[in-house]
Design a protein around this ligand. Structure first.
Ligand code: PFF
Length: 453
């Protein structure tokens, strides 16, 4: 996607505005929506968490996505290069933080995506025609108990990510994206429809949308805020990097709003597919990271055409994970290509290899390394995920918001923001949100978690 066009500059551009939207939506929509959103919603008690998450998307996520894309398009650089060329000094650290987050997030992202590849394989073998719902969680436990399988699938997934990033994606994936994303959406709609018609449907709706504010404690608020960043790929320069490949005519606010709404909708649909099963089979909403793998296969074994739908679902899940993982690797690769002048192939192979190794402890964290607790009771994988989502991304986002709202020239931003947009002038609203609302909200949530009030 990124590099196919005869370069206006040698970095390449998206082939169209639609290509840009699909690539950004591809980055945003991934394991965060289908694997992570339901399980953290379950752990934090449902409704209030969901509503606060949506509030964060609207007040912090969308303005920040606009800011990142503007910085990227204006500088046409990787995150470090962008801050260097705009200001330099300590702001470089913001770019660096992004590159480091890319390393860390991709390391465990490939492990979880590996679980999805394993499930795709199982569904191809027709394994999901189980008789008893209790067998389904056992299957997941089997996967986690095998370090070798997890390493194998992690390697397969990393291999696919590397191949795509080396190839510069070309029209193949751009075309596939245009078909796969709508199909994923449709399948989720069907699953949610089935779910809502099951006995646990009404309880799931209540769980997801009727808030019990007493459950929204400081850790839940931080997790919701952090997940808004994770889910929208913000706070580490991924959207900045993708913005740097955008043409001059595209309206960035339109892209950012479209992508954010699509992303939120996919997360909610996943919740609507998964929680009815949780309640129908009296499972535990707070079951943790295995939730999606322990629930949906039950639905597949019960619905007509379920084994076909299972194949399609896991294929699309792997695809959604791939379109996100390539954006994570792209942040790191863009840095080595732009700043260190490595060629793309070398940067992708070397960095992909290092990130794979960095992910090995995460792959082993459910078995050999299961007693290695890093943060509280969390194992290695969950700890890195927790640290990235709850601290690194919001901190990166806070810095980018301050930079865009207070440091960058007003003229540059206004020019970029208004390009390609017709009637509505979003600049005043955006400026208010990015200068005051986003930084204050992030700071308050941090302080709240730290116990200041
Ligand atoms: N947004 C992706 C998801 O929800 O799965 C994860 C992600 C991709 C996070 C790219 C950060 C990023 F830069």
């Amino acid at each position: 996607m990124t590099h196919q066009h005869a370069p206006k500059n040698k970095r390449g551009l998206w082939s169209s505005r639609f290509g840009f939207i699909m690539a950004s939506a591809g980055s945003a929509i991934g394991l965060g929506n289908i694997w992570k959103f339901p399980y953290i919603t379950g752990m934090h008690g449902g409704g209030a968490f969901v509503l606060f998450f949506i509030f964060c998307i609207l007040t912090v996520g969308i303005p920040l996505m606009i800011a990142e894309m503007i910085i990227g398009r204006h500088t046409r650089k990787d995150p470090v290069g962008a801050f260097k060329s705009l200001h330099g000094g300590g702001w470089l650290l913001t770019g660096w933080l992004g590159v480091i987050a890319g390393f860390l997030i991709l390391s465990y992202y490939c492990v979880v995506a590996g679980w999805a590849v394993d499930y795709l394989w199982l569904s191809l073998k027709g394994t999901f025609t189980v008789k008893h719902a209790v067998q389904v969680p056992e299957m997941f436990a089997n996967l986690l108990s095998s370090d070798l399988s997890q390493l194998f699938w992690q390697a397969v997934f990393m291999g696919m990510t590397i191949l795509i990033v080396i190839g510069g994606v070309k029209s193949g994936l751009e075309r596939a994206n245009k078909i796969m994303m709508p199909v994923l959406f449709l399948i989720l709609l069907i699953l949610a429809g089935f779910g809502l018609n099951s006995p646990g449907g009404a309880q799931a709706l209540r769980f997801l949308f009727s808030p019990d504010w007493s459950k929204l404690d400081p850790p839940a608020m931080l997790e919701a805020l952090g997940h808004a960043f994770f889910s929208l790929s913000l706070g580490m320069g991924a959207m900045l990097t993708y913005g740097s490949y955008s043409d001059e005519e595209t309206s960035i606010p339109k892209v950012a709003i479209t992508v954010s709404l699509m992303d939120t909708l996919v997360a909610l649909l996943s919740g609507l597919a998964i929680f009815p099963i949780v309640f129908t089979y009296a499972m535990e909403p707070a079951a943790g990271p295995g939730l999606v793998f322990k629930t949906l296969p039950i639905l597949f074994s019960r619905m007509p055409g379920g084994s076909m739908i299972a194949i399609l679902f896991f294929l699309l899940l792997v695809f959604a994970a791939l379109t996100s993982s390539i954006s994570l690797l792209e942040v790191v690769v863009a840095y080595y290509c732009d700043e260190k002048h490595w060629d793309r192939r070398k940067a992708t192979l070397v960095m992909g290899g290092i990130i794979f190794l960095l992910g090995v402890p995460s792959a082993l964290s459910n078995n050999i390394l299961k007693d290695l607790h890093i943060i509280g009771e969390r194992n290695f994988l969950d700890s890195i995920d927790f640290a990235c989502t709850n601290y690194i991304l919001p901190l990166g986002g806070l810095l980018i918001a301050i930079f865009a709202g207070w440091v960058m020239s007003k003229g540059i931003i206004k020019g970029e923001l208004l390009k390609g947009s017709d009637k509505i002038n979003l600049y005043p609203a955006w400026r208010f949100l990015i200068r005051y609302v986003s930084p204050i909200l992030v700071a308050l949530v941090f302080l709240n978690k730290a116990g200041f009030f």
